[in-house]
Design a protein around this ligand. Structure first.
Ligand code: FEO
Length: 402
């Protein structure tokens, strides 16, 4: 059919009919420097099915891709695997246009969609182990609560041995390449890790359970179709991404210290540099993230594979720098596990920054393993040596814990 956007075949019976968002740079606080995709899929079964939809402004693009394969009115089933609006934003409009026989979501999904759209549509709840009949094939539901929301579920298409994994195994990456095997592994790793760190880290325990459910399905998975980023179709890459999720879910501490700081007149910066040198001289890795250039979501990504978080801030009006409070509020929400911590900072007269930084780390369940180092006004060489010793101590502890 003559359409401005075309569907892309991803397996025997399944087409990608989503949208590419090249321009998005902020996804609820996460810096999406590579844009993203909103993936929807069309299953060409006896009863054609649409799996998820797209963010509302991309409705026409999705409908055009569907129309390149079939008349959208021929779709008989719509499945909403996840109610967040990057996937459900076009759901109500799609139901009105398509008039499917049935719309399915998880039990929590039915509730969440009612609370989002206050609609009058009939949506049928489906549970783990239940199947949606598509005539010549079926979709099995696997509820995966908190990957990423309470309503989240995955669906498995038996005919194609294909898992629709909604947010799981996804990444924010706009590309014309629809398959992971068309993209460099370093890019896939960086973006998948960033996605995990910023979207899924808080739910690590439930992810481990979801992985058990997925790998315990007792079925082969030849294709994983997430709701963001490329489709996984090569066996070695499917193993690779599941293996990375298993690793990230464990959050084993690595011999790496992440040093996050902001600075007023460069004293805290010099202190950070000396701490980093100490970590490095001890034989561990230091990553220094000044808030003049590092985004909170890049910091979360670095922490995903770290063993220590070291914070530095000047005192400003008896507080820490507002930029530090931003990052720490964000990290506190993500609840990274198995980290040790330390703090440093500069001050002119009252000097509360280290006390506040310790409170943040303690609230996050991070064990403080060193005395704070504080510099009045400009750091002397002796004071910078103390910073170096702080880094050395953390570096040695990281190697001990290896
Ligand atoms: Fe891509 Fe949780 O939505």
């Amino acid at each position: 059919m003559n359409q401005p956007f075309k569907a892309i075949k991803v397996s025997e019976n399944t087409y990608w009919v989503g949208a590419v968002d090249w321009g998005i740079r902020d996804f609820h606080g996460y810096a999406t420097k590579e844009g993203t995709t909103y993936n929807a899929y069309l299953v060409m079964a006896d009863k054609p099915a649409l799996i998820d939809t797209v963010k509302a402004p991309f409705y026409d693009e999705m409908m055009s891709r569907i129309s390149s394969i079939i008349d959208p009115c021929d779709i008989e089933i719509i499945v909403s695997n996840h109610s967040e609006m990057d996937h459900s934003g076009s759901l109500m409009k799609s139901i009105e246009a398509v008039k499917p026989d049935k719309v399915y979501a998880s039990t929590m999904g039915v509730k969440a969609l009612a609370e989002h759209f206050h609609h009058d549509k009939e949506i049928t709840a489906i549970k783990t182990g239940e199947k949606i009949d598509l005539g010549n094939m079926s979709l099995a539901a696997v509820e995966t609560r908190m990957v990423h929301w309470p309503d989240s579920m995955m669906t498995y298409l038996d005919a194609d041995k294909l898992l629709f994994s909604q947010d799981g195994f996804g990444m924010h990456l706009a590309s014309t390449e629809r398959f992971a095997d068309q993209l460099p592994e370093s890019l896939l790793y960086a973006e998948a890790a960033k996605y995990y760190a910023n979207i899924l880290l808080l739910y690590t325990k439930t992810i481990a359970q979801a992985l058990d459910k997925v790998t315990g399905l007792g079925v082969e998975i030849e294709c994983i179709c997430p709701d963001h980023g490329p489709v996984w179709r090569k066996p070695e890459q499917i193993k690779w991404i599941i293996g990375n999720y298993v690793k990230w879910a464990e959050q084993k501490p690595a011999s790496k210290a992440v040093i996050v700081y902001d600075t007023m007149w460069k004293t805290t910066q010099h202190m950070a540099d000396a701490v980093a040198d100490g970590v490095s001289q001890a034989g561990a890795i230091a990553r220094v993230l000044p808030l003049s250039s590092a985004h909170r979501s890049d910091i979360a990504t670095e922490i995903l594979e770290a063993g220590a978080l070291i914070l530095g801030s000047p005192t400003l009006n008896n507080q820490i720098f507002p930029s530090m409070a931003d990052v720490l509020t964000y990290l506190k929400g993500l609840k990274p596990q198995n980290l040790i911590g330390a703090v440093f900072g500069s001050f002119g007269w009252s000097g509360e920054s280290c006390k506040h930084l310790i409170e943040y780390l303690t609230d996050m369940g991070i064990e403080i393993v060193a005395e704070p180092v504080r510099s009045k006004y400009v750091a002397s060489d002796e004071l910078l040596v103390k910073c170096h010793e702080l880094g050395d101590l953390i570096g040695k502890k990281l190697l001990e814990n290896k």
